[in-house]
Unconditional design. Structure first.
Length: 145
């Protein structure tokens, strides 16, 4: 895992709509980057819904949300559509983002580990969370910002 104060590794990846997303797109804003193992599964769905339910509260704090998994565009698009997610889900099928952020140990590692980073407006790691309660995490994270 990356440590607090580390420079967040830059990345370029497609989201669930096929759009190119870069870390640099979020410069000047605080970013929550949460990795989840699989789209449309129990705890990860609850966590994703928790972020969506609080999206306006995050935005009020000038915080953006970005999910990431090793799932395909199709799987993440269905996940986002089924749950009404308004934030992007990265489709890191090549595991480049996951490797850079410690959510995967190798390029054949699947699925990604559940890890959340808060990246500050200057691109540094502000918080790093490896073990969380998926149902409570979005609320407790919001409270910590």
């Amino acid at each position: 895992m990356l440590e607090i104060g580390d420079i967040a590794p830059d990345f370029t990846a497609k989201d669930h709509n096929g759009r190119i997303v870069k870390l640099s797109d979020y410069r000047g804003k605080t970013l929550v980057l949460w990795f989840y193992p699989r789209a449309s599964t129990g705890g990860w769905t609850a966590e994703g819904i928790g972020f969506q339910e609080r999206i306006q509260d995050y935005k009020a704090k000038d915080v953006e949300i970005l999910g990431a998994s090793t799932d395909s565009i199709e799987a993440n698009a269905k996940f986002a559509s089924d749950q009404g997610f308004s934030y992007p889900l990265l489709c890191d099928t090549e595991r480049e983002v996951c490797l850079a952020y410690g959510a995967c140990k190798s390029s054949s590692d699947s699925p990604a580990k559940r890890i959340t980073y808060v990246i500050d407006p200057d691109g540094k790691i502000l918080q790093a969370h490896e073990t969380v309660d998926a149902r409570k995490h979005p609320e407790t994270l919001l409270d910590s910002l």
